[in-house]
Design a protein around this ligand. Structure first.
Ligand code: GLV
Ligand code: MN
Ligand code: MN
Ligand code: MN
Length: 401
């Protein structure tokens, strides 16, 4: 029998990012394939039957796959230089919950599966929750196949490298039809549980959120030989864009706008870039607020481009509407766990994608640093154990034996 922390310790050396700190674990790359092997071995040891689906998600079944399955799990990929808990805690807790259930002699009265979703962070191909979007058909498979990573490798090529058939990527109604309920456990990514002095909580909703690429195109030239007034430097509207995004977010209560990635092309210290790609992550309570904020930012970006002699092209890379988790599942989680906080989150999750198709809920485990998507993300061992116990209690309740 293992605790979630002991399981996380087993993968503590896989994907360490010595340059950035933390972990860089990206879908279908050797590090992530090694994590999949770890999960497959850990689940098999526990008597579960592991199979991959058409979209690179892994499923570990307790008993035969079948209708009305109760599913729990999360993801093993990370953002660049991410923490140890975002994703893996949900997977480790699922394995630990199985240990606890087995030790108590429990046998589920409905199919039970653990899942590892692929590319939740969009850290390689830019679209978050790619595995669950493909499974549910909420992204077009042809479009997905053509997504490219920063090295120009397409999703189709990467999937083939991982042993998948790229032609088979896409909605899997047969598998989906067997899923009855999904419960994802996740480290909390804000301060909600710290403020309420609670180890475990239940999610109520996820902000509307999306990602957009703004491409400013100017004119490449020499950094020394080109007079300031003769330049079309796309980094100037890019710089103004970062400030405009913050101003637009400030005008909408509860909204957030982030620029975490800028890539000048070709990228040389003594080169005026010919173009600059700037990625915007924007989130707000409602679709209307998110779209209104985006419209402000787009207008500011267009002005900034024009005034610097540049052009602008905007493309939406992903968008997810506000998610309100199934109130039946949420109330059941609260009833089962007793007096636990119910809180919203600003982070996206595969649970948010699944929620459009099946009753879905989430459990959060306190993060004492309040920091996530960074190496400082943390969860105390006792809180992780409390989370896995809560998950086991919920699974026992929902799968009745
Ligand atoms: C994923 O963690 C996201 O919300 O960005
Ligand atoms: Mn994340
Ligand atoms: Mn996550
Ligand atoms: Mn996430």
């Amino acid at each position: 029998m293992s605790t979630p922390s002991e399981l996380l310790d087993q993968i503590g050396d896989i994907g360490t990012d010595h340059g950035r700190g933390g972990y860089s674990r990206h879908v279908f790359q050797p590090v992530e394939l090694e994590l999949r092997e770890w999960f497959t071995a850990a689940a098999t040891e526990r008597g579960l039957t592991v199979s991959g689906d058409h979209n690179g998600n892994l499923w570990a079944w307790w008993g035969e796959p079948g209708p009305n399955a109760l599913v729990t799990g999360s993801h093993l990929d990370s953002v660049p230089g991410g923490g140890a808990f975002d994703g893996p805690l949900g997977v480790a807790s699922a394995l630990a919950a199985v240990d606890e259930l087995r030790a108590s002699g429990f046998t589920p009265n409905r199919p039970l599966a653990l899942v590892v979703f692929a590319e939740e962070e969009g850290g390689r191909f830019g679209v978050p929750c790619l595995g669950s979007r493909l499974l549910t058909g909420s992204i077009d498979a042809d479009h997905a196949r053509r997504l490219r990573d920063p090295d120009g490798v397409s999703l189709a090529e990467a999937a083939a490298y991982a042993g998948l058939d790229p032609a088979a990527l896409g909605a899997d109604e047969r598998l989906l039809g067997n899923l009855g309920c999904f419960i994802e456990l996740h480290v909390e990514q804000g301060r909600g549980l710290i403020d309420q002095s609670a180890a475990v909580g239940v999610a109520s909703s996820i902000l509307a959120h999306g990602r957009w690429r703004f491409r400013f195109t100017g004119e490449g030239n020499h950094a020394g030989a080109t007079l300031l007034e003769d330049r079309k430097d796309p980094m100037l509207p890019a710089a103004r864009f970062v400030l405009a995004a913050r101003e637009a977010a400030r005008a909408v209560p509860g909204a957030r706008a982030t620029v975490g990635r800028i890539v000048p092309n070709p990228g040389g210290t003594n080169v005026i870039a010919s173009s600059a790609d700037v990625w915007l992550d924007a989130r707000a309570s409602t679709a209307e607020d998110t779209r209104a904020m985006l419209a402000e930012i787009e207008a500011a970006a267009a002005d900034a481009a024009t005034s610097e002699g540049c052009t602008l092209n905007v493309s939406e890379e992903s968008y997810s509407d506000t998610v309100y988790f199934d109130t039946g599942v949420r109330d059941e989680l609260v009833r089962t766990l007793g007096d636990v906080p119910v809180l919203p989150t600003g982070a996206g999750h595969d649970a948010g994608i699944l929620a459009a198709r099946i009753p879905t809920g989430m459990l959060f485990v306190r993060n004492p640093t309040g920091i996530s998507h960074a190496p400082e993300e943390f969860a105390e061992r006792d809180d992780c154990t409390a989370g896995a116990r809560a998950l086991a209690t919920v699974l026992r309740e929902q799968a009745g034996g």
